[in-house]
Design a protein around this ligand. Structure first.
Ligand code: PRX
Length: 632
């Protein structure tokens, strides 16, 4: 592998010198005095004493050279609109929103929850928070009111920003109504809610004294000048909630300086995006990919970023490729599920447009199956790079790094450990390094590189306990993914070691879904597992025991209860978490000590051998499961 392997080695062996050089990619208002403070493992503090600002690096720094270059292109195939903003215009819009937020009492360190669809104003709001040192927490629009309420109570925001609604497949999705409901459920609701009205909710009700209309406040702050607040590198920039093994989502906290450096570096070395070019990332601002590679990354790199509201197949399956052609996209980033959706459409759409500008397509978020990887590579005639990372890391862990060396791509593999990551495959039993071709836990030896989460919001102990205590013998960061490395050093990800599932690239905890199912008044207990799905990668499947089974012999009563359970999940978590099916049983397979045998359930549901079941308390439970699956 020649130069990349040397490059990687240097990033680990001469960690501080390496990251000192990379730090010159961002603007420092005040230089840092120390590259890395690792005096309190596993907490790593990067660029100690340095002062910078993410918004300054994303916008202000480019004004001298790129004021008239497009910074943001917003395209909505849902409402049939397109709008673009130059760096100078984005600068003005962001300052205006920053002034609006200040007028609503938001200052440095205050949290702001952004619950918005894919509209330009969401991007303004994110950057405005960064500008004034407020900590944003963007919540994905697909999450339901109780999920939002849990995030409100954890982040305790001073302000929430929302819109009347979004649109998906031509149907309005109401946001403001859901925010109202979440505030009713929350114990520590914000005093103010700022609402951007797009005209999607004619029945929208404003709450006097709390709700503020964006359109009324904005004109008062036109032309506002709001200077960037300089933050010490290790101050929090944002919180992004993600699912884990428990029902309670974790607030992934990110810093300022380390994140800016990691993004600036990855934009050039991994994505090969050049200033003045255009990047198109098809994710959502509510996910980590949207934070890093719709908003911050491309802008920090001086690129134009595309924000797309819509699906890949409307008005037809050529829409993304038309965008690539029309806006001369050079770097594109999407998810395997989207490609599997496109694979089912007429391949002629891929020939219809001039994709000459496109250098690479990057895919992440879930396993990329080999047939899909082969199909899209051949259809595009471009390198398609599978890369692997997590909300926690903020930027790739495993990837080809073509900006350093154009290594051969292998189908099914996200290539090699990214520089900065001291990645290991460790045996679950004794934390020893695994051999080639031996399945083991993907782990990272700390200190974690810049850009990776610095702690769990408000809970240092949970950070250490969750991520660094998998192995008694070694304090390493566990990714909770299984992996394997072949003799040529290529890695393959083999799925999660914990109860997290991945539905169309959306990360969900089965425990969260179980808690949602249990909210139904007639459900006593349940087990939710992820089962393989040809399109979405995985889908949740629920097995539930009713409290009162009277009448449930009748198929129509069972159907009704199953439907109600699904609706309960929609209400608690959102439709993304809805189980593919709910099977009613009278017994769940458990061990004698009362632990639900989830892996056995999952194996049966996927038609695999459930393995050793000698610990099961009542084999009758398995029969019920098999019958329920056979009847489905
Ligand atoms: O299981 C891995 C899977 O998605 C998880 C992280 O999801 P999330 O926090 O939503 O972050 C997505 C950031 C791109 C991982 O623990 N995953 C992510 N990328 C891949 C993947 N699994 C296989 N191959 C990938 N390329």
């Amino acid at each position: 592998m020649g130069s990349y392997s040397e490059f990687h080695r240097r990033s680990i062996e001469q960690r501080e010198a390496f990251w000192r050089e990379e730090a010159s990619r961002v603007h420092w208002h005040k230089p840092f005095s120390q590259v890395l403070d690792y005096s309190r493992p596993p907490f790593a503090r990067w660029y100690v004493g340095g002062e910078t600002n993410l918004c300054y690096n994303a916008i202000d720094r480019h004004l001298a050279e790129r004021a008239a270059q497009k910074a943001l292109i917003w395209i909505s195939t849902e409402v049939g609109e397109e709008k673009s903003y130059t760096f100078a215009e984005l600068h003005a819009e962001v300052q205006r929103v920053a002034a609006m937020m200040q007028a609503l009492g938001v200052g440095r360190g205050d949290r702001v929850i952004i619950y918005m669809p894919m509209i330009a104003e969401a991007c303004f709001a994110i950057l405005a928070c960064a500008r004034i040192g407020a900590v944003h927490s963007v919540v994905f629009g697909g999450f339901a009111a109780s999920s939002l309420a849990a995030r409100i109570d954890d982040a305790r925001p001073r302000l929430m920003i929302t819109a009347d609604g979004g649109s998906r497949m031509g149907k309005s999705v109401l946001y403001k109504a859901l925010v109202d409901e979440s505030i009713r459920l929350a114990k520590s609701p914000p005093e103010k809610v700022l609402i951007f009205r797009r005209g999607l909710d004619p029945k929208l009700q404003m709450v006097a004294g709390r709700d503020v209309d964006w359109a009324e406040l904005a004109p008062k702050h036109a032309g506002a000048r709001v200077p960037c607040v300089w933050l010490e590198s290790n101050q929090p920039s944002y919180i992004l909630y993600t699912s884990g093994t428990t029902g309670q989502p974790k607030g992934v906290q990110r810093d300022v300086g380390g994140y800016a450096v990691a993004l600036a570096s990855s934009m050039e070395r991994i994505y090969c995006g050049r200033p003045g070019e255009t990047m198109f990332t098809t994710s959502d601002i509510g996910w980590v990919v949207g934070h890093s590679y719709i908003v911050y990354g491309p802008l920090i790199a001086g690129m134009t970023t595309i924000m797309y509201e819509g699906v890949p197949i409307r008005p037809d399956a050529g829409v993304w490729w038309k965008i690539v052609q029309d806006h001369k996209v050079s770097v594109m980033f999407s998810a395997p599920t989207a490609i599997r959706v496109l694979k089912k459409q007429d391949p002629a759409y891929l020939q219809k447009y001039d994709l000459g500008s496109l250098r690479y397509l990057f895919l992440a978020g879930e396993p990329l199956d080999e047939p899909t990887h082969v199909w899209i590579s051949e259809a595009l005639h471009k390198p398609v790079i599978d890369h692997y990372w997590q909300t926690e890391t903020g930027w790739p862990i495993l990837s080809a790094v073509p900006g350093v060396e154009r290594t051969k791509l292998k189908f099914g593999s996200p290539s090699f450990p990214v520089y900065g990551y001291d990645l290991r495959l460790l045996r679950e039993s004794d934390a020893a390094d695994a051999e080639d071709n031996e399945k083991a836990v993907v782990a990272i030896v700390p200190p974690l590189p810049p850009g990776v989460m610095t702690t769990v919001w408000g809970d240092d102990e949970r950070f250490v306990k969750t991520y660094f205590t998998t192995f008694a013998k070694k304090m390493v960061y566990a990714t909770f993914d299984w992996g394997i490395r072949d003799a040529e050093g290529y890695y393959f990800i083999l799925g999660r070691t914990d109860d997290v599932i991945n539905v169309a690239g959306h990360r969900l905890g089965t425990r969260e879904i179980e808690e949602a199912v249990n909210m139904h008044p007639n459900i006593a207990e349940c087990a939710v597992v992820g089962v393989a799905d040809p399109l979405k990668g995985q889908m949740p499947l629920a097995f539930a025991v009713a409290k009162n089974a009277t009448g449930l012999e009748a198929p129509e009563n069972r159907k009704r209860l199953e439907k109600e359970v699904m609706e309960t999940v929609d209400r608690q978590l959102g439709a993304i978490a809805r189980p593919r099916a709910v099977h009613l049983v009278t017994l769940l397979p458990k061990t004698r000590s009362g632990k639900t045998l989830r892996r056995a359930i999952q194996a049966l549901a996927e038609g695999r051998d459930p393995g050793d079941l000698t610990t099961i308390e009542d084999p009758g439970a398995l029969e019920q499961l098999k019958n329920a699956l056979a009847a489905a």
